[in-house]
Design a protein around this ligand. Structure first.
Ligand SMILES: O=C(O)CCC(=O)C(=O)O
Length: 335
């Protein structure tokens, strides 16, 4: 099947249907490399406490090793995601339309019912994705055997993500010495969802971004780039730094809820995804939030719930084409 037939029609005119060229690096190298990111060992968190604290303050992200997810699961998940994306657009539509898994593209902001939030001011983000609410995955019963295999892997993967997110969050709360109400689920794994992204390669250098510049609204985001193709970049000292994919490691970043809860001690990192001119890229992100009605309280921000935050993000995306985020909730004197 031609690659173009697998893409959502809205994206087809943006990508050129040409064989990938290896003439130059189109905004992402194909090599696996080393980067200066802080490395945190999940099996050794007690020992790495200060490192974790520094990483969240200074970088807003780190590379996680010894996370306990079997390498075979990561590889299978990646391979299966690639295969699902390479089904025809029509067959993906038939399998996902009306299900709890949203198949979407072009905009990262979705309403709670999974509808893409768009705006006249917004540029298209060059990705296709599946939005998978993990706690509802048992209600998804795809007929297509490849999609069913993918679902089974996601269930397994989701258990690891919940474990990792809870462990990291508890460690952060302890380090920050936060006095949270014990009866409330601040980080609630029931809210966790996975987004499986495909960034098609694109030979048009003027196309823009795979994903626009943003911060994540989550408490924590856990990104799996079990791929040799880079694309993710973070803003550090006013420069974009490529976060290289390294097999069997995960990238964890602090999101807006964590920045607010930490009273700005931790930093929700600004990032974007560049389009690769040579190769398609697959990445899998996990995002986790607080339970309905739980207020994030801190001295620098007006109390807000995640629902209120998301509502505001959607209004801003519709009105201005972009998320404004935490600045909307900051007390006036801190703006
Ligand atoms: O695909 C990636 O590497 C990052 C995706 C991302 O930034 C997001 O989902 O917020």
């Amino acid at each position: 099947m031609k690659e173009l037939d697998t893409l959502p029609p809205d994206l087809r005119h943006l990508c050129h249907d040409q064989p990938p060229t290896l003439a130059h690096d189109g905004g992402g190298n194909l090599t696996q490399g080393v980067d200066p990111l802080p490395i945190i060992d999940l099996q050794n968190l007690n020992h790495d406490k200060n490192k974790l604290d520094e990483a969240c303050k200074d970088w807003g992200l780190f590379r996680l090793v010894n996370h306990g997810i079997p390498p075979t699961l990561l590889t299978q998940l990646h391979d299966q995601a690639k295969q699902v994306f390479s089904l025809s657009f029509e067959s993906k539509k038939d399998s996902f339309d009306g299900s709890i898994v949203n198949h979407f593209w072009g905009t990262p902001a979705l309403t709670s019912s999974g509808i893409g939030v768009t705006s006249d001011h917004q540029k298209t983000n060059l990705f296709e994705a599946f939005h998978v609410p993990l706690s509802q995955l048992s209600q998804f019963q795809p007929q297509h055997p490849q999609i069913e295999s993918f679902r089974v892997l996601l269930v397994e993967y989701g258990k690891h993500l919940s474990r990792i997110a809870t462990t990291l969050f508890e460690a952060m709360v302890k380090i920050l010495d936060l006095n949270l109400e014990p009866s409330k689920s601040y980080l609630s794994t029931d809210t966790g969802y996975v987004r499986v992204y495909r960034y098609p390669h694109c030979t048009n250098p003027d196309i823009g971004l795979g994903m626009e510049v943003h911060t994540d609204s989550s408490f924590l985001t856990i990104l799996n780039q079990q791929d040799s193709v880079s694309g993710l970049e973070v803003l550090r000292d006013n420069q974009w730094l490529t976060i290289n994919p390294i097999s069997n490691t995960l990238i964890v970043n602090v999101g807006d809820l964590m920045q607010a809860l930490s009273d700005d001690r931790y930093n929700s990192v600004v990032h974007r995804v560049k389009v690769n001119m040579q190769k398609e890229r697959i990445s899998i992100g996990y995002f986790v939030f607080s339970d309905d009605g739980v207020e994030i309280k801190s001295s620098k921000y007006k109390p807000f719930t995640y629902d209120q935050f998301r509502e505001q993000v959607q209004q801003d995306v519709k009105a201005f084409g972009t998320k404004i985020g935490l600045a909307r909730f900051k007390h006036a004197q801190d703006n």
